[in-house]
Design a protein around this ligand. Sequence first.
Ligand code: NAD
Length: 315
Amino acid sequence: MSAGVDPPVCVLGLGLIGGSVLRAAVAAGRTAFGYNRSDGAVRAARGDGFDASTDLAAVLDRAAAASALIVIAVPMPAVDAVLAAIAEHAPDCPLTDVVSVKGAITAAVQAHDLSRRFVGGHPMAGTAESGWEASFAELFADAAWVVETHPGVDPEVWTQVARLAVLCGAVVVPAQAREHDLAVARVSHLPHVLAEALASAGANGGDLALGLAAGSFRDGTRVAGSAPELVRAMCEANSTALVHALDETLDALTQARSALADRSSVADLVTAGHQARQRYERFERWDISGITPGSPDWVNRMLAAGRSGGVLRKI
Ligand code: NAD
């Protein structure tokens, strides 16, 4: 790796995702350090041998001196304050994030005049746990990591962010912010909303229902075990796309309800769902190659590849 392409990594927020980025980067041999607001997580990170601090200004001054790649890894409601500190202490550093929505963070980055060196990111990996203690270096193994790609994006920062994703064990999916938000509304945020509704429906059946609950209830409600404030932060920051996905699902459920009430049949819903699940199981990624960031038309070529299942495994 050349020092010009791979600067140190500065992670802001050492929870499940940020902590895992710090662990994975260090495990892969990269210089990396981090900030967390709470003493407890910083003490735990230091105890595990990592370079961490509660002093945001000092961490950002250090990042500025090293031209470090800054990774914002806090929930969306905390992003504005973090961006204000970056604008004050390290405005010229390459900047990325791992936040689950891209439109809202792009707007926040613009409001702080930090767009020039920003390339958004989103690793599609997680567990229902939170905090430093839940983090682990292998979290991103073979996971998709969206790297925001749009006309005018800085190819050097884009490459740094893509290389960090690959370093962490992920595969890079190039996508625009808007198409990312529409897609994750369907495959991430909608599942959270449906899991919450399903968990409530089961619990409303009382202890007998809960006592009989087995695999389908456990699997369908798994993500309802996530910290409520994190679920709210990602769903509420992507409300337009999520409302659209929810409307489509409610229409399908309403039709299924009518068919069940009128004809005792759920055939249409079950057939369509089973076919869709089989399509998901058959889905295979393919490797993007031969597109160099910064070369003519590279953005459109990357986006076309990302839309059709292409991923970068090395860069
Ligand atoms: P987490 O709760 O494990 O960690 C959140 C971190 O942000 C902690 O270090 C916490 O101290 C810090 N933080 C919270 N509020 C803060 C504030 N006001 N000021 C400063 N720091 C603050 O959460 P996580 O799962 O690591 O999520 C972090 C980001 O990653 C979120 O933006 C989330 O959308 C995104 N993300 C989460 C998942 C997932 O499955 N959990 C997956 C991909 C991306």
